[in-house]
Design a protein around this ligand. Structure first.
Ligand code: FAD
Length: 593
């Protein structure tokens, strides 16, 4: 490993691209998160590697490649965490070498990530700020007074450099990083309090992902935090986090519109701050408005004549008002299952309407076989840290990720065979993803189509939650009528029909022209259901420059909010400090939404 890195660095140093590339196997990958390319991009194969190096090597000037800890071997593959630097920053990464038939170890997957900018290191550890003023200071204000002044000025007499629209976990994590990096930024959110994004969801909701996967930047959850935090508890944490991380957060603030002035290079953003109209002119605009934030509400004939309650899952209040009544839940993914479970457990007669197949995986199996090596107590005991887990996770190129996922789901299928047999016997239409790669690939490709089972699936399997199939034809006064004529009596109808693309937020706030210019957000171009090709190599438009100058998208699950907010923050910080950021291969647009 050390020999390979030394030869790699020597070839880079003399700018001999052929020599660099010949150190890699032909089916190699170099995934770069900002360090080399000022972009999030994966180069696949010799030609793409050479193209990137041709464009970026002289300026990026990478050097100092070393292993951060001893390499580990698994069959013909040797892996190690690495460190390096570039002209502008310091990086970390991960390298896998594969032994080829000629007995030579060549580079297979290389991950390079930017961790900090030289000269603009964050005030952490040795660099932490003193806090107290020892000796004379001209500024006699206390910390609280300075904070109050900042709050009074920012957005009024001081323009934010970055405006982050949406203060859920995504906006908050990015806001914390911006604050630590000293980039004047404001996070705005419609809600009254940070954390309301979770508080306002249905009563029974707990996180589906385990605590080890969910930490926010800088401040991990305490040791006694539950594995699956209840939604109100995570709401409290987000509010507490926002306060202690000093995130400039404007609650009860709705972004009404945003326009980019090409000449000025700034946005004009109209805000309604608790009834007060405020106009700000940030240089950068980040939409952190949620990939599960824009409800898809279906339009069925008869919705106007239906006499009971009807609402999207995002507005579902929980079971209390419906005890002893009949509920029809349209949809069969995560929200549908969670809501059906809470309803049925509270004495509601529930029918779930399944239109298309859903992938289900039992939470314990997913934790054990899917995440356990990286995010678990077991992983911690084996020396895994959140940072190392994130780097390992990121080191697997999306092109081949499914190949690593398929065996995991084969093992889950085997382990939980009885469960799946029972579910299918009950008539549930189950799938494993187009290529058998399961939940995580579905999440990355389309962000939907699955349920992490915390008990509802058993209730479907044993018939406690009734199942109906097909499309809704219309609603009548007291029934939901399916296209095969089935009539389902209902006092309440819940549309657990998912969420629209984040591109829709750009259309609403900025305009359809900008939304079209930017194109679809999320997905990999895998040419599987709801993720049309061509292959993109990275998640479309997420955390990286888009076709609309100075417009960015951020969000996703807690893991992504934590990890990818770093790369977005560094891109913004570099621009704020006037560091040149030539973007290699700006995102192409193949689909509008
Ligand atoms: C039922 C459910 C369960 C989930 N479970 C998990 C889980 O276990 N683990 C996990 O990591 N993820 C989970 N997710 C997915 C996802 O992580 C969450 O949706 C998460 O809340 C996304 O965070 P976010 O910050 O990207 O967006 P959101 O939390 O949706 O926040 C977006 C914010 O933008 C604000 N906003 C939108 N438009 C405007 C505007 N014009 N002006 C001002 N503010 C605006 C909204 O008020 C909202 O607060 C779940 C999602 C759902 C729906």
């Amino acid at each position: 490993m050390d020999r390979w890195l030394a030869e790699f660095e020597a070839a880079l140093a003399v700018r001999d691209i052929d020599r660099v590339v010949s150190g890699f196997v032909t089916d190699c990958f170099w995934r770069d998160l900002v360090a080399m390319t000022w972009n999030l991009t994966t180069m696949e194969g010799h030609e793409q590697l050479a193209d990137m190096l041709e464009a970026r090597l002289p300026e990026a000037d990478p050097s100092g490649f070393v292993t951060a800890e001893p390499a580990t071997a698994d069959g013909d593959v040797v892996s190690a965490f690495i460190e390096f630097e570039t002209a502008t920053g310091r990086g970390k990464g991960h390298l896998r070498l594969r032994r080829e038939e000629d007995g030579v170890d060549r580079g297979w997957t290389l991950l390079t990530t930017l961790r900090e900018l030289k000269g603009f290191e964050e005030p952490q550890g040795d660099r932490r700020v003193k806090g107290a003023v020892h000796g004379q200071s001209e500024d006699t204000r206390s910390w609280a007074e300075r904070r109050a002044d900042e709050e009074r000025e920012l957005g009024y007499t001081v323009e934010p450099y970055t405006l982050i629209i949406g203060g859920g976990q995504g906006g908050i994590a990015l806001g914390a990083r911006m604050r630590q990096m000293g980039v004047p930024s404001i996070v705005v959110d419609k809600h009254e309090r940070p954390g309301d994004q979770w508080r306002n969801r249905y009563k029974s909701l707990c996180l589906h992902d385990p605590v080890w996967y969910d930490h926010l930047p800088y401040l991990p959850f305490p040791e006694n935090w539950p594995v699956f935090a209840p939604k109100d508890k995570i709401g409290e944490w987000l509010e507490f986090y926002t306060r202690v991380m000093e995130v400039p957060y404007w609650n009860s603030t709705t972004c009404l519109s945003a326009q980019f002035d090409e000449k000025d290079g700034r946005w004009t953003v109209e805000l309604d701050r608790d009834g007060e109209k405020v106009t700000v002119h940030p240089t950068h605009l980040v939409l952190a408005t949620g990939m599960s934030g824009k409800p898809n509400v279906p339009d069925f004939p008869g919705q106007d004549v239906f006499a009971g309650d009807q609402h999207h899952s995002s507005a579902h209040p929980g079971p209390d008002a419906y005890v002893g009544k009949k509920a029809v839940v349209i949809g069969s993914n995560n929200s549908a299952h969670d809501i059906c479970k809470a309803l049925v457990e509270n004495g509601v007669d529930v029918t779930m309407v399944q239109r298309s197949s859903t992938h289900i995986v039992k939470s314990e199996s997913l934790m054990d076989l899917g995440l356990g090596d990286l995010y678990s107590e077991r992983a911690l005991a084996a020396g895994m840290t959140t940072e190392k887990a994130d780097l390992t996770f990121a080191s697997l190129p999306y092109r081949i990720m499914h190949e690593f996922q398929i065996p995991v789901y084969d093992a889950i299928r085997e382990r939980d065979k009885d469960f799946y047999d029972r579910l299918e016997a009950a008539g549930f239409d189950h799938d494993w993803g187009d290529d058998g790669s399961g939940l995580f690939m579905k999440y990355l490709r389309r962000g939907s189509g699955y349920y992490i089972d915390v008990g509802a699936a058993e209730l479907v399997a044993d018939g406690t939650i009734k199942l109906a199939h097909g499309n809704v034809d219309h609603l009548a006064e007291n029934t939901v009528v399916l296209s095969d004529g089935t009539e389902l009596p209902a006092d309440v109808v819940v549309y657990a029909t998912g969420y629209g693309s984040m591109n829709g937020w750009a259309a609403d706030l900025i305009g359809q022209d900008v939304a079209d210019k930017v194109g679809k957000v999320w997905g990999l171009g895998s040419d599987t259901t709801k993720d049309p090709g061509p292959w993109e190599g990275e998640q479309r438009n997420m955390w990286k420059p888009t076709q609309q100058q100075n417009l960015w998208f951020h969000g996703g699950n807690l893991h992504q909010s934590r990890h990818y907010s770093l790369y977005l923050a560094l891109q913004l910080k570099a621009r704020y400090e006037g560091i040149p950021t030539p973007v290699y291969k700006l995102q192409d647009v193949h689909h509008l939404s």
